[in-house]
Design a protein around this ligand. Structure first.
Ligand code: ZN
Length: 1034
C-alpha cells in the first residue's frame, strides 16, 4: 500500500492492512485503541537519520566479529562503534556472491531482519510491486498459499511487511522472540530466493481477465487483480498523484520516470514471463543486501543464509541495477496535470496545487545531504522560516502541500516547496514569491538563534528513545545503502552537526553560498501544477474500457475457454483448505511471560494528582498534562480539535508567536495538544473528554520546559485574527487529506457513529463529519467570534482543578524534575471542578453512505458488544482476529478482490467489520452479515485456529512501549498494569467452548444497536440490494 509520505521519499506499497493503519484526518483526537492496537504501525513514520532515537547507555568493549576474518562464508570488512546510538556496526560480505550483510549489534530486544533488493523498473506495469506480492505467495520450502498472511497469525512479530519503493524492494520484520525470529527468517529468505511465482498467483495478485459471472462463460470479461485494485485505490488520493508526477517529471531519464507501484492502465501489459525474468535478474544474491539488528546471535543467521541460499549461487556483476545521476537540464520545465475532483476537499476553483522542485546533490554525499536537510528546515519549517513568512502567512492557499520538504531518497536529492488549495490565478504569484524569497534570504542571511533552535531539535531527537529503533534505522538507511552510500558514517549525526557548526562559524555566508549553488545557479527546476477535472473519473473509465476492448477483441474461442477455466481454477484454489501445517508456529510456552514494566506511583503535588514513572530515559524528562473538559458545552467541545491545532501556534502575552516557536524549539521537542475520548471501560455507560498537553526536554532544559508550559497555559493569546484565520483555513485544508488512503478507519468511525451518542460525537470530532462541521462553522462565523469561543475554551480548561499530570524521568533526575513540577503547578489557578463524565446512550440501527468520487469502496459495520473490562471482551477480541484471518481475508480479499478486510473490537465495546479498497460494497456487507453462518456452520475453530488468533491479539498487547509512554494506559484510561496482566492471562486461557458461547450470545441474533457505513461512489440500487434505508451524505 502506498502511504502518504512525500513521494520522492519512501513510497512503500504495504502488503499488510490487517493492522489498521490509523491516520485520522484530525491529528488531535485519540482513543484507548490507538494505544492498544496501533502502536506498531507508528514506526512507519520514517524519521530522518538525525531523528533516530537512542536507548539507554550500556557500555560494551569487545567486538563480536573482527575485521578480515571469515564467518560462515562472510568476510567481516568493517567494524565501528557509534556512540550516538550506542551500537556496534558490522559490515560483512559474502565471499561467493558479494552479498552485503549489515549487522547492528545493540542491546535491544526488538530484533529486526530484512532483505533488500535494488529494483529498477523501466515501465509502469508495476513489475517490482507485483513481484513483491508474488514472492509472499509461497516458496520452495513453504509451498503454502499466502504464507506471509498465514504467518501473521503464527508469530508475535512487532512488524511484518514488504515494500516497493521507486528503486528498491525490501522485506523487513521485527520481533522480540528468538524462536519467532528464526521462523520468520527462514520464511522470508525462502520467499525472496526461492519463490514459486505460480501462474495462478500472478493472476490473483497482478491482473487477469475473468468472466463477470464466474460460472457463465458467456458473461462479459472484466479486469481483476489485487495490485490492479490497490493502485486504482492509491491514485484516488490526489496528493499521491501529485507526488508521483513530481518524481516522474523531475527525474525523467531513468527508472524514476516510471511508476514502480504500477499505473492501473499499464499493469495489464505485464506478462508472467516478464515477472519471472525480473526476479531472476534483480533478486540475485549479488543484487541483495541483508540487514540484521538487535541482540540475537548473528552467527546463526550467517550460517543459515550461506548454507541454504548463497552458497548455491555465484557472483554476478550487479552494475545493471545501478542508477546514474540525472543529466541536468539547461532550462527549467513546467508540467501541468489534472486530478480527480475531490468532493470532500476545497471549493472547485480552489482545488489546485503547485510546487517548485530543484534538483540538489548526489545523496551519497552524506555531509552535503545532511546540511541541505538542515537548510531546508530553516527555509520551510515554522513561523521563523523564510517560506512560511512569504508563502503561508499571506494566506492565499490551504498551506504547504504534502510534497513540501527535502527529498533524499532518490539518487539525486531535491528540495520541494508547494501549496495546496489555491486558485489558478495565484500560480504566478507563487512563482514570483519563490524567487523573491530566495533573493531575500540570500541578501539577509539567517538568524543564528533560529538555526540553533533547529540544530537543538536534531540533537534532542538523538536522545529520544523509540521502541522501533531498528526498523527506523533500516528505513532511514535503505535508500542510501541502495545507492552504495556509506550508511555507517551516516549514523555519526553528532559529527555531522559539529561539522556544520564549524562551517557556519568560519563562514558567515555558508548557507547563502549553498543557496547560490542550488537555487540561483540551478536550471534543473520543475514547476508542477495540478487542477481538478470534472471528467477525470469518466476519462479513466473510458481508457479502462478501451484497454479492455483491445485485450478482448482479439481473443479466439480457445483463449476465451482458457480464461474461463483459469477463473474456475483460481476460485477453486482460493476455496481449498490451506495447507498451513508446513509453516512453523510458536507454542504457548514461547509467549507465556508477560512483559515487565517499571511500577508507577501516584502522589498529590500542589493538589494535583501526579503519576510518576521512574525509568531509564537517556537524560530526557517526559511530561504530560491532562485536562478534563467534560464541563464544556457541546458547541465548545466541537471546537476542541481546532483549539488543539492552533493554541501552540499563536504565541503568548510574553512572547509573540515567532519568539515563542523559537524558544520552544530550542528548549523542548515541542508542546503538543490533543483531544482524548475515554469511554468508561467497565460499564460503557459514560464517557469523559479530556485535552492532553505533551512535551519532553533534555533534563538540563526541564526548568525552561515548565516555564514555557506555564507561559502558554496562563498567557495564551489569540488576538491576531489574521493569523488565526490563516491557521483555521490551513487546518480545514489538511483534515480532508488522507481520507481515501485511510478510508476503512473513516468507514468504521461512520458506522460506530450510528451505534451510540458517544461514537457519534467522536465522528464529529475526527471522522468525515468533522470536515463538514468545520467547513460550515467557518462559513457561518467570523474570525472574531471564533476567536472568542476558542478563548473561552482555554480559560475554562487550563486550570489545575480539572487536571492530572504524569512525569517519566530517570531515577537520578526525578527529584529535581518533581521540584520544578511543584513550582509549575503552584503558578496555575484553581477553578470550580466540572462534570466528571457524560452519559452514553445507544441508538437505533441505521445505515449511511458518504459519497466519494473514487473508484473503490470502504465498507464497515459496527455493533455494540461489551467494553474492555467485561469478561467477554478478550474472547470477542480473539474472535475478531479469528474471523479476520479465517473468514474475511479469504472471502473479501482473496475471492472478492478487496485489498484488505478485517474485524476488531475496541475498548469502548464497539465490534466492527471493515473492508479496504474494495471493488464491491453490498456484497461485502452481505459477507459481514454471514459471519454467524460461517462460524456456526463449519467447524473451523480448532485448537490451532484459536491459538493463532490469540497470538494475533498478543502482538498488540505485547508491542514494545517507549520509556516516555510507559504508564499512559493508566494515565488516560485508568487501566492499571494489574488489570492488563489479568486481561492478558484471561485472553491466553480462552477455550473453544467459551468462543462458541460468545458466538451464540453476540452473533446469533442481530444486535439491537448497529450501524453500517460505506465510503464510495454512488450506487442507485443500494437500498434494493441491502433491503435497508440508507442516508446518503453528499
Ligand atoms: Zn501492494
Amino acid at each position: 500500500m502506498l502511504s502518504r509520505l512525500k513521494f520522492l521519499r519512501l513510497a512503500p506499497h504495504r502488503t499488510n492492512v490487517l493492522r489498521a493503519q490509523r491516520r485520522t484526518n484530525c491529528k488531535s483526537v485519540s482513543s484507548f485503541d490507538d494505544m492498544l492496537s496501533d502502536a506498531k504501525t507508528k514506526e512507519a513514520n520514517v524519521a530522518s537519520p538525525a531523528q533516530l532515537e537512542v536507548p539507554h547507555l550500556i557500555q560494551q568493549h569487545e567486538y563480536k566479529f573482527n575485521e578480515g576474518k571469515l564467518y560462515h562464508g562472510f568476510q567481516c570488512e568493517r567494524v565501528e562503534r557509534i556512540p550516538d546510538f550506542d551500537l556496534t556496526s558490522y559490515t560483512l560480505r559474502h565471499e561467493g556472491t558479494g552479498t552485503e550483510l549489515w549487522h547492528i549489534d545493540r542491546n535491544d530486544a526488538n530484533n529486526v531482519f530484512s532483505i533488500n533488493f535494488r529494483t529498477t523498473p523501466f515501465d509502469s506495469t508495476g513489475l517490482p510491486h507485483i513481484l513483491e506480492h508474488l514472492a509472499l505467495c509461497g516458496s520452495k520450502n513453504y509451498p503454502v498459499r499466502d504464507p506471509f498472511f498465514k504467518m501473521l497469525n503464527r508469530s508475535v512479530a512487532t512488524f511484518m511487511n514488504a515494500m516497493t519503493g521507486p528503486d528498491y524492494t525490501l522485506y523487513p520484520f521485527s520481533t522480540m522472540n528468538e524462536v519467532d525470529f528464526r521462523n520468520l527468517q527462514r520464511i522470508y529468505l525462502d520467499a525472496v530466493f526461492s519463490p514459486n511465482l505460480a501462474y495462478l498467483d500472478f493472476l490473483q495478485e497482478g491482473w487477469r481477465l475473468e468472466n463477470k459471472e464466474l460460472h457463465n462463460r458467456k458473461s462479459e470479461l472484466v479486469i481483476k487483480g489485487v495490485v490492479y485494485n490497490e493502485m486504482k485505490g492509491a491514485f484516488s488520493e490526489n496528493s499521491l498523484v501529485f507526488g508521483q508526477n513530481l518524481l516522474n517529471n523531475i527525474l525523467p531519464d531513468h527508472t524514476y520516470g516510471h511508476v514502480s507501484g504500477g499505473n492501473p492502465l499499464e499493469i495489464p501489459k505485464l506478462t508472467h514471463t516478464d515477472l519471472i525474468e525480473f526476479h531472476r535478474k534483480y533478486y540475485h544474491p549479488s543484487n541483495a543486501r541483508v540487514y540484521s539488528y538487535g541482540s540475537f546471535d548473528l552467527t546463526k543467521t550467517l550460517s543459515l543464509i550461506d548454507k541454504e541460499y548463497l552458497s548455491l549461487h555465484t557472483r554476478v556483476d550487479n552494475s545493471y541495477s545501478r542508477i546514474p545521476l540525472q543529466p541536468r537540464w539547461s532550462q527549467p520545465r513546467h508540467v501541468h496535470i489534472s486530478s480527480r475532483l475531490d468532493n470532500m476537499g476545497a471549493a472547485f476553483d480552489r482545488q489546485n496545487q503547485i510546487a517548485i522542485a530543484v534538483l540538489m546533490c548526489d545523496m551519497t554525499n552524506i555531509q552535503e545531504t545532511f546540511e541541505l536537510k538542515v537548510l531546508s528546515e530553516i527555509l520551510i519549517r515554522g513561523p521563523n522560516s523564510a517560506f512560511y513568512k512569504s508563502l503561508i502567512e499571506p494566506n492565499f492557499s490551504g498551506g504547504y502541500n504534502q510534497s513540501t520538504g527535502y527529498s533524499s531518497d532518490t539518487k539525486d536529492t531535491a528540495f520541494v516547496v508547494g501549496l495546496q488549495d489555491l486558485r489558478v490565478e495565484e500560480f504566478k504569484k507563487f512563482n514570483d514569491i519563490f524567487s523573491q524569497t530566495i533573493c531575500k534570504a540570500m541578501k539577509e542571511g539567517f538568524e543564528s538563534q533560529h538555526v540553533e533552535s533547529i540544530l537543538h531539535n536534531l540533537e534532542l531527537s538523538l536522545k529520544h528513545q523509540s521502541p522501533h529503533f531498528g526498523n527506523a534505522l533500516l528505513f532511514n538507511s535503505t535508500a542510501l545503502w541502495n545507492h552504495d552510500g556509506d550508511v555507517v558514517s551516516n549514523l555519526r549525526v553528532s559529527d555531522m552537526i559539529a561539522g556544520l557548526r564549524t562551517c557556519l562559524r568560519q563562514n558567515k555566508n555558508y548557507f547563502q553560498e549553498k543557496m547560490n549553488t542550488y537555487f540561483v545557479n540551478n536550471s534543473h527546476k520543475l514547476t508542477l501544477t495540478m487542477s481538478p477535472d470534472e471528467l477525470y473519473e469518466e476519462n479513466f473509465k473510458q481508457a479502462e474500457l478501451e484497454m479492455l476492448e483491445q485485450k478482448t477483441s482479439a481473443l479466439d474461442n480457445e483463449k476465451l475457454e482458457k480464461i474461463y477455466q483459469n477463473g474456475l481454477k483460481l476460485d477453486a484454489s482460493q476455496k481449498a483448505a490451506p495447507n498451513t501445517e508446513l509453516l512453523p508456529c510458536l507454542t504457548l510456552s514461547d509467549v507465556k511471560k508477560s512483559p515487565n514494566w517499571p511500577k508507577l506511583s501516584i502522589q498529590t503535588i500542589e493538589e494535583v494528582q501526579t503519576q510518576i514513572c521512574k525509568v531509564p530515559t537517556n537524560e530526557i524528562t517526559y511530561f504530560k498534562c491532562l485536562f478534563n473538559i467534560t464541563g464544556l458545552s457541546e458547541d465548545e467541545v466541537k471546537l476542541v480539535p481546532l483549539f488543539c491545532n492552533i493554541i501552540n501556534d499563536m504565541g503568548t502575552t510574553q512572547h509573540d508567536f515567532r519568539e515563542f516557536d523559537k524558544l520552544v524549539l530550542s528548549k523542548t521537542a515541542g508542546i503538543d495538544f490533543k483531544l482524548n475520548f475515554v469511554e468508561n471501560v467497565e460499564d460503557a455507560k459514560s464517557y469523559r473528554l479530556s485535552l492532553m498537553m505533551t512535551t519532553h526536554a533534555l533534563d538540563k532544559n526541564v526548568p525552561d520546559m515548565f516555564l514555557l508550559c506555564q507561559d502558554l497555559l496562563r498567557n495564551f493569546k489569540l488576538e491576531d485574527t489574521d493569523r488565526l484565520k490563516m491557521l483555521i483555513e490551513n487546518y480545514i485544508s489538511n483534515i480532508s487529506i488522507g481520507i481515501a488512503s485511510s478510508g476503512h478507519l473513516y468507514a468504521m468511525l461512520g458506522a460506530a457513529a450510528l451505534v451510540s451518542n458517544a461514537s457519534k460525537l467522536k465522528s464529529l470530532l475526527s471522522g468525515v463529519d468533522h470536515i463538514d462541521f468545520m467547513k460550515n462553522f467557518v462559513q457561518k462565523n467570523n474570525t472574531a467570534d471564533i476567536r472568542d469561543q476558542l478563548k473561552s475554551i482555554g480559560t475554562k480548561v487550563f486550570n489545575k482543578s480539572n487536571m492530572r499530570v504524569a512525569i517519566n524521568s530517570s531515577e537520578s533526575y526525578l527529584p529535581t524534575a518533581l521540584e520544578h513540577l511543584k513550582n509549575f503547578l503552584g503558578t496555575l489557578s484553581t477553578l470550580e471542578k466540572t462534570n466528571e463524565s457524560s452519559e452514553i446512550t445507544l441508538l437505533h440501527p441505521s445505515c449511511q453512505q458518504y459519497l466519494m468520487n473514487i473508484p473503490v469502496n470502504y465498507c464497515a459495520k459496527a455493533f455494540f458488544a461489551v467494553p474492555y473490562l467485561h469478561k467477554d471482551h478478550p474472547t470477542l477480541r480473539v474472535l475478531a482476529k479469528l474471523v479476520s484471518a479465517k473468514y474475511l481475508l479469504p472471502v473479501v480479499r482473496e475471492q472478492n478482490g478487496a485489498y484488505g478486510a478485517g474485524a476488531k473490537i475496541s475498548s469502548d465495546g464497539i465490534f466492527s467489520f471493515y473492508s479496504y479498497r474494495d471493488p464491491h460494497s453490498t456484497k461485502t456487507l452481505d459477507a459481514f452479515e454471514k459471519t454467524y453462518e460461517w462460524l456456526h456452520s463449519e467447524s473451523k475453530i480448532d485448537q490451532q485456529a484459536l491459538f493463532e488468533a490469540k497470538l494475533g491479539v498478543l502482538q498488540q498487547l505485547d508491542s514494545p512501549i517507549a520509556p516516555g509512554n510507559i504508564g499512559i494506559d493508566y494515565f488516560l484510561y485508568e487501566v492499571s498494569q494489574e488489570m492488563f496482566v489479568k486481561y492478558r492471562s484471561r485472553m491466553l486461557s480462552i477455550t473453544i467452548d467459551e468462543l462458541h458461547d460468545v458466538i451464540e450470545r453476540y452473533f446469533k441474533e442481530k444486535s439491537k444497536n448497529y450501524g453500517k457505513c460505506i465510503l464510495g461512489p454512488a450506487n442507485e440500487s443500494l437500498e434494493l440490494e441491502t433491503s435497508q434505508k440508507w442516508k446518503i451524505i453528499a
